[in-house]
Each structure stands twice: as structure tokens, then as C-alpha cells.
Design a binder for this molecule. Structure first.
Ligand code: AMP
Ligand code: ZN
Ligand code: FE
Ligand code: FE
Length: 289
């Protein structure tokens, strides 16, 4: 045992597209000796209250978060909000748009599948995942059960990913609006997993610069699969634009089976400094409210 705390500031639950319930997530953290996690589901904060109450019992610190998909320069970017109040009416208002847009798209995907004789309906998904933010990973679950795909990845590759027969685009909140809304709810805005967009460096730099101008405060530098050299590039960008550094695994349970809580693909180690940074920024944001 060394003294340093294990943390993971990017996780998902069954309230979005993970297979692990909020309580199971926190129990897993306790079992693995993870001291602090942030729950960051897609378009919902429904997991936060339960995760925090189990966390209080088990001695796991649970931070509130949410992951929004935003549009920027014709691409989709993940924007994280931390420290928002899950019950704030303004937050419910923010999340209504993306959730309605998901429903519209999900209905369309199901209709395309039905037209090809597949037995997939939106009602089926809602029954299987009550209250969850439904997305393509849930379609993947049904396709696997029906023997049409071997894994979530396989389902995305053959059916659900961009360019596939059942892919439908959805409309995204502009990044500037997303940041503004998070801040209006007393939250801290963070640019998520910057290398996932596969931008050339100059474009990533422009995203960082504009993001900073919109009010993004932090950057996710530690992330499953990011190499030391890649983290250095991100550290430098974060420093250049005065963004604080954070990190997490993007744990999704069996939806992303190769990613372990806190450890990512095995060698992720998010420094405790990230938790300190994040808590300082959350406190600052709440002072300004
Ligand atoms: P949606 O929110 O419906 O657009 O689905 C996108 C979500 O599916 C992402 O945020 C990931 O959590 C997950 N996802 C995307 N691609 C894959 C993949 N190849 N394998 C597993 N999960 C994926
Ligand atoms: Zn997800
Ligand atoms: Fe993400
Ligand atoms: Fe995520």
C-alpha cells in the first residue's frame, strides 16, 4: 500500500449506457480501494443521489457530473459538467432537448430495423432500461441477444456506427451553449477525452482555444489508452490555455468490457491532483452562483 488515493473522475451507470447500477458502481469502487469517483452519465444526473448515498455508507467520495454531446465545427465533442446540482430546474430544462432528440433518433433507428424485418422497438428498449438515457449501446445489447452481433463493438461496426445501415445522426447542442448551460447551473465545464476526436494538432488547439473562450475550465488529460507522450501534448495545451487537468477511465461495465474502473486498460492512474483541481474549481463555481 502506498499513500496515494485511487480516483476515477469519469464513469457511467445504468442511468445511461453502462451495465452497472449506481449502487454497484460505488460498491465496486469500495471493493477496488478507489477513494473517489465522479458519476458522469450521458445527458442525465439520475445516478448521482443514489451513488452519493451508497458512497457515504462505504466511504467512497462521489462527485456529481454529466456528459453532454455537443457540436463544434461539424464534429461531435463530449463536454463534461461537474458539480451541478442534479435537482436544479435549469438542469432539467437543459437535458430535455438532448433527451427528446435521442428519442426521435432511437425511434428512427428502430423503424429502419423493423423495415428490415428485425424485432426491435423503442418500447422494448424502454422496458429493458427503465429511466435510462437510451442510446446506441442499448440497441447493441438487443442485437447481441438476437445473435446478430458478437459484441457491442461488433454491433457498432456492422449496424450502428456512422456509415452503417442503421446509423442516424442526431442534432447536438452547440458547444458554446453547452458550456453556458453548465456554468449557469453552477457547474464546471471540462473538455472530455480530447484525442478521441482524432483532430490534427492545429484543429485540437483551435478547439481548446475556442472552448476556453466559451468558458471551459478544464481538460481531461488522463484517459484510458492515452500514452505518456500523448498526455504531455495535452498537458501543454491545457497549460497554454490555462485549463486545469483532470482524468478518468470512461468505465461502462460490460458496454466497454476492456475498461476497468480507475485502471482503464490496466495502467491508468489518475493523479490525486486531478481531484484536488476539480474540487477547487467546483468550489469556485459555486461561490460565483
Ligand atoms: P449514442 O449516445 O447513442 O450516440 O451512442 C454513443 C455512445 O456509445 C458513446 O458515448 C459510447 O459510450 C458508446 N460507444 C460508441 N462507440 C462504441 C463502440 N464501438 N463500442 C462500445 N460503445 C461505444
Ligand atoms: Zn457511454
Ligand atoms: Fe465521452
Ligand atoms: Fe463517457
Amino acid at each position: 500500500m502506498n499513500g496515494h488515493r485511487r480516483i476515477d473522475l469519469h464513469t457511467h451507470t445504468t442511468c445511461s449506457d453502462s451495465t452497472v447500477t449506481p449502487a454497484e458502481l460505488v460498491k465496486l469502487a469500495a471493493r477496488l480501494g478507489v477513494d473517489a469517483i465522479a458519476v458522469t452519465d450521458h445527458d442525465t444526473m439520475a445516478a448521482v443521489a443514489q451513488a452519493q448515498s451508497v458512497g457515504a455508507e462505504l466511504g467512497v467520495e462521489v462527485l456529481a457530473g454529466v456528459e453532454l454531446t455537443c457540436g463544434w465545427d461539424g464534429e461531435k465533442i463530449h463536454l463534461r459538467g461537474y458539480g451541478l446540482c442534479p435537482e436544479a430546474p435549469a438542469l432539467q430544462e437543459i437535458l430535455q432537448g438532448p433527451v427528446a432528440e435521442r428519442t426521435r433518433r432511437n425511434r428512427g433507428i428502430a423503424a429502419l430495423m423493423q423495415a428490415d424485418g428485425m424485432d426491435v422497438t423503442l418500447e422494448m428498449l424502454e422496458r429493458r432500461h427503465p429511466g435510462a438515457t437510451i442510446g446506441r449501446p442499448h440497441f447493441a445489447g438487443i442485437l447481441m441477444e438476437q445473435g446478430r452481433a458478437d459484441s457491442v463493438n461488433d454491433a457498432f461496426r456492422r449496424y450502428l456506427g456512422a456509415g452503417c445501415p442503421y446509423f442516424l445522426p442526431r442534432q447536438y447542442l452547440p458547444l458554446s451553449r453547452g458550456v453556458e448551460m453548465i456554468r449557469r447551473c453552477g457547474g464546471v465545464a471540462v473538455l472530455a477525452h480530447p484525442l478521441q476526436y482524432q483532430f490534427p494538432h492545429e484543429r485540437l488547439r483551435r478547439l481548446t482555444e475556442e472552448g476556453k473562450r466559451f468558458g471551459i475550465a478544464g481538460m481531461e488529460v488522463y484517459y484510458s489508452g492515452y500514452l505518456a507522450q500523448q498526455r504531455e501534448v495535452l498537458q501543454a495545451l491545457a497549460a497554454e490555455f490555462g485549463l486545469f487537468v483532470t482524468g478518468g477511465s470512461d468505465f461502462h461495465g460490460a458496454t466497454k468490457p476492456a475498461i476497468s474502473l480507475a485502471a482503464g486498460y490496466g495502467n491508468l492512474s489518475v493523479p490525486e491532483e486531478c481531484l484536488v483541481n476539480l474540487k477547487r474549481e467546483i468550489a469556485l463555481a459555486q461561490e460565483k452562483q
